[in-house]
Write a protein that binds this ligand. Structure first.
Ligand SMILES: NC(=O)c1ccc[n+]([C@@H]2O[C@H](COP(=O)([O-])OP(=O)(O)OC[C@H]3O[C@@H](n4cnc5c(N)ncnc54)[C@H](O)[C@@H]3O)[C@@H](O)[C@H]2O)c1
Length: 334
């Protein structure tokens, strides 16, 4: 039985807690840490007895083998350094950190240890994406030429969250940059991004945007186009299309049901699922299960620290490209 401690019990921490306690037989959350009493009360409902407001205490007194870092991004650097010093295996929510220097520092600490590290790019574990990736691996598309991702949120997070999260590129689009790399199986060499503000939030005051189009070029000369928005009026829009010389593979939005209504005006289909917690439900369980299995079987995690570093480099390149209105080479970032 792998004993897990979890730090951060907000939107995503609760998802991981629920999945481990109810669906992963080889692991158990035995300790939780949060600054909020309400979150710790929530953790009690899952049978967790070791509740901490101090993260250091959870690491030293929680009796844990591994930690799930689901705290706000601004705390990841500190929380990762302490977990490594305490020799705990780590599942960390994305992004690792917002600065390449900090990410490289964590990388140095990790490589001097025996710790297994996995990053929360859950979309790779979505059933649709797993199937698309298999088709690509099996070579059914021939030579892959381009990937097109549409990733639009139903609404922006609060300004308070945006201020410290990294904003559209470093917090949200990073999922899409990782997915593009993963599906194409090649490294990005350059990025051109154009972006703007179309919603109501005063994003210019925090140097952020709510809409962007990015074109990524890969080492093997293939490319990606990625459209991001925080203001999708019709719901959470998540579509994928990969094009190759032997065909096309794509996945569409998922809805809660497939019931349609028709009248003289036409056919009405249900909206896409509400947001990420509903749409990517299976992926959150699959990714945590993958982490636990690599601890149980002593195997290498499917998603590496390097994946987190590379995706953050693309995010920073996209932000720089939109700010400077030019193509940015990845070699300028890392
Ligand atoms: N993979 C995904 O799809 C996904 C989705 C959402 C968020 N995330 C990532 O997860 C992380 C958390 O995001 P969220 O949306 O759940 O945030 P949130 O604000 O909802 O929750 C953060 C939690 O951390 C707690 N916290 C704050 N300071 C703390 C401290 N010093 N010690 C311990 N706990 C502390 C808060 O009380 C809260 O419970 C972020 O890095 C975010 O990027 C990933």
């Amino acid at each position: 039985m792998i004993k897990i401690g979890i730090v951060g019990l907000g939107r995503i921490g609760k998802v991981h807690l629920h999945n481990i306690q109810h669906h992963i037989v080889e692991a158990q959350v035995v300790a939780a840490c949060s600054r909020s009493e309400q979150s710790l009360d929530y953790a009690k409902q899952f049978g967790i007895e070791k509740l901490f407001t101090s993260y250091e205490k959870m690491l030293s007194e929680g009796g844990i083998d591994a930690v799930v870092v689901a705290s706000p991004t601004a705390l990841h650097f500190e929380h990762l350094k302490l977990a490594i010093a305490a020799q705990k295996h780590i599942f960390c929510e994305k992004p690792i950190d917002l600065s390449i220097e900090n990410i490289l520092e964590i990388k140095r600490h990790l490589s001097a240890s025996q710790i297994k590290f996995m990053l929360g790019f859950n979309r790779r574990f979505d059933p649709n994406i797993l199937k698309i990736k298999k088709e690509l691996k099996d070579g059914r598309l021939g030579r892959t030429q381009s990937v097109k991702l549409i990733s639009r949120d139903p609404g922006p997070p609060p300004m308070e969250f945006i201020k410290t999260s990294g904003g559209l590129f470093l917090d949200m689009a990073i999922h899409d940059f990782d997915l593009a790399r993963h599906l194409m199986g090649s490294e990005v060499t350059q990025v051109f991004t154009t972006a703007g503000i179309f919603g109501q939030l005063p994003l210019e005051t925090v140097g952020d945007v709510d809409t962007a189009v990015s074109v990524l070029k890969f080492e093997d000369n293939s490319f990606a186009t990625i459209e991001n928005s925080r203001n999708s009026s019709y719901g959470y829009d998540q579509r994928v299309e990969v094009f190759g010389d032997k065909g096309l593979v794509s996945s569409q939005n998922k809805s809660d049901d497939t019931v349609s209504f028709a009248d003289q005006k036409g056919f009405l289909h249900p909206k896409p699922m509400k947001f990420f917690i509903e749409r990517y439900k299976e992926s959150y369980l699959n990714i945590l299960n993958s982490f636990v299995q690599c601890l149980v079987n002593d195997t290498v995690p499917e998603l590496s620290f390097e994946d987190g570093l590379r995706s953050m480099a693309i995010s920073l390149a996209a932000k720089k490209s939109s700010e400077e209105n030019r193509v940015v080479l990845l070699s300028e970032i890392v």
